[in-house]
Design a protein around this ligand. Structure first.
Ligand SMILES: Cc1cc2nc3c(=O)[nH]c(=O)nc-3n(C[C@H](O)[C@H](O)[C@H](O)COP(=O)(O)O)c2cc1C
Length: 379
C-alpha cells in the first residue's frame, strides 16, 4: 500500500483533521444547510447501492483508467471545486493540484479559490479544469473565460446550483469575513491550532486570488462580494453565450431535474456533474445517487454523466459507475486529507481511493472500471 496505514479511510482523516483545523474552518467544510439531512442522504444513498459479485473468473488486476472529454485519466475520480481551499489548510489548493497532476486525476479549481487560476493551471497543466460561478457582469465573465483559455484549463465546469446565498447555521455563528477579520472567537480557535496558525502566518491570510481583481472596494466583505459577483439564477441565454465563447469541453454542475438535463443536451454541453453541492444549498434535494439513477436513457446517450456528493471511498466511485457516472468527485474527502496530514494528505486520499477501487472491482469480478455498469446492480 502506498499510503499511510495509520489513516486507512477518509473517516480516519476527518477525525484527525478536526483536531488540526480551527473550528470555523472545520465547520466551513463540514457544514450542510439547515438540518443537514441532504448531506446525510447523500451518504445513505451510496450505501444503499448494492452490487452483486461474480466469481469464477480471473481477477488478478483491475484497470482504473477512464477517458473524459478526449483525455485518458489514471483514475475515474477527482477533486470537486471548493472555495476558500487554503483556509482549510494553508497551501491546500497547490498541494491538491500537484497531487492531481502526479496521479493523473482531474482537479477542478473553484472561481472562489484562494490560489490564482494561472498558478493552479501551471501546477497541474494536464488535469486542471476551471469551475465558473457565472458573474453578473458579462465583461467579468468574458475575462475569466479568456484567462481560463489562456491558462490551458482543459474543461470548464459551470456551477448552477447557487441562485441564492445559502444560510448555513454553523457558518453564520462563526461570522466569517473576507478579507480575513478575526473575531475574538476565531482568534481563540486559531491559537488552539498552532500548526495551522503558523502556516497561515507564513502563507498569508486566504483571499479570493482569482477574482480579487474584480473587487470594488478593498474591504468589501465576503457575503457582499459574492452577492454582487454572482448571477442570481443563470439563464439559458447566458449558458448559450458561454457555449459560444468556450470551445473546449463544457460541463454543467449541480443539475438534478430531467428538464434541466434536457436543456443541457440542447445547449450542446459535453457533460454534467449530478450534484447537490454536497448538501449545502437545499436540504430537501434528493441524494446524488438517486438523481443519477433517475437520469433518462436519452440523456445518457447525449451527455457524459459524472457525480459528486458524499463520495467517501473507492467503492462509492464504483457504485456511481454502476449508476452511469463516468467519473465521481469529492470535495470534503480531499480537504480532510490535507487538514489531517498537510500537503501529503492529497496523495493519501488518492492512494486510499485507488486501493479501495482496485479491491472493489476485483472482488466484484470486474477487471476494468470501464466494464462496470447497471448489470452489477442488485436492484
Ligand atoms: C467547503 C465547500 C466549498 C465549496 N465550494 C464550491 C465552489 O466554490 N464551487 C462549486 O462549484 N462547488 C463548491 N462546493 C461543492 C463541491 O464542489 C461538491 O459539489 C461537494 O463538496 C461534493 O460533496 P462532498 O463534499 O460530500 O464530496 C463546495 C463544497 C464545500 C464542502
Amino acid at each position: 500500500m502506498n499510503y499511510d496505514i495509520r489513516f486507512p479511510s477518509v473517516a480516519d482523516l476527518k477525525r484527525r483533521a478536526r483536531m488540526r483545523m480551527p473550528g470555523f474552518a472545520f465547520d466551513y467544510v463540514d457544514a450542510g444547510i439547515d438540518d443537514e439531512k441532504c448531506k446525510a442522504r447523500n451518504r445513505d444513498a451510496w450505501h444503499r447501492v448494492q452490487l452483486i459479485p461474480r466469481y469464477l473468473r480471473d481477477v488478478s488486476a483491475a484497470n482504473l483508467q477512464t477517458r473524459l472529454f478526449g483525455r485518458e485519466y489514471a483514475m475515474p475520480f477527482g477533486v470537486s471545486p471548493v472555495g476558500l481551499g487554503n483556509m482549510m489548510w494553508p497551501g491546500a489548493e497547490r498541494a491538491l493540484a500537484r497531487a492531481a497532476q502526479l496521479e493523473n486525476i482531474p482537479y477542478i479549481l473553484s472561481t472562489f479559490g484562494t490560489t490564482a487560476l494561472e498558478e493552479i493551471a501551471a501546477t497541474a497543466p494536464d488535469v486542471c479544469w476551471f469551475q465558473l460561478y457565472v458573474p453578473k457582469k458579462e465583461e467579468v465573465m468574458e475575462d475569466l473565460l479568456r484567462r481560463a483559455r489562456d491558462a490551458n484549463c482543459h474543461a470548464l465546469v459551470v456551477t448552477l446550483d447557487i441562485p441564492v446565498g445559502a444560510k448555513r447555521n454553523r457558518e453564520l455563528k462563526n461570522a466569517l469575513k473576507l478579507p480575513f477579520a478575526p473575531t475574538p472567537k476565531i482568534l481563540r480557535q486559531c491559537l488552539a491550532r498552532p500548526a495551522w496558525l503558523l502556516r497561515t502566518l507564513m502563507h498569508g491570510a486566504p483571499d479570493f486570488a482569482t477574482v480579487a481583481r474584480y473587487r470594488e472596494g478593498a474591504n468589501e466583505n465576503l457575503a457582499d462580494f459574492i452577492t454582487r459577483f454572482n448571477m442570481h439564477g443563470v439563464t439559458r441565454e447566458r449558458l448559450e453565450k458561454i457555449r459560444a465563447l468556450w470551445d473546449g469541453p463544457m460541463i454543467l454542475k449541480g443539475l438534478q431535474h430531467t428538464e434541466d438535463l434536457r436543456a443541457a443536451a440542447e445547449i450542446g454541453v459535453d457533460g454534467v456533474i449530478i450534484s447537490n453541492h454536497g448538501g449545502r444549498q437545499l436540504d430537501a434535494a434528493p441524494a446524488s445517487a438517486e438523481s443519477l439513477r433517475a437520469v433518462p436513457d436519452e440523456i445518457r446517450e447525449r451527455l457524459t454523466l459524472m457525480a459528486d456528493g458524499g463520495i467517501r471511498s473507492g467503492l462509492d466511485v464504483i457504485r456511481a459507475k454502476a449508476l452511469g457516472a463516468q467519473a465521481a468527485f469529492s470535495g470534503r474527502a480531499f480537504f480532510w486529507g490535507v487538514g489531517a496530514l498537510g500537503a501529503r494528505g492529497a496523495a493519501q486520499v488518492a492512494g486510499i481511493f485507488r486501493d479501495e477501487m482496485e479491491r472493489a472491482l476485483r472482488q466484484l469480478g470486474c477487471g476494468a472500471f470501464e466494464k462496470m455498469d447497471r448489470s452489477w446492480l442488485a436492484d
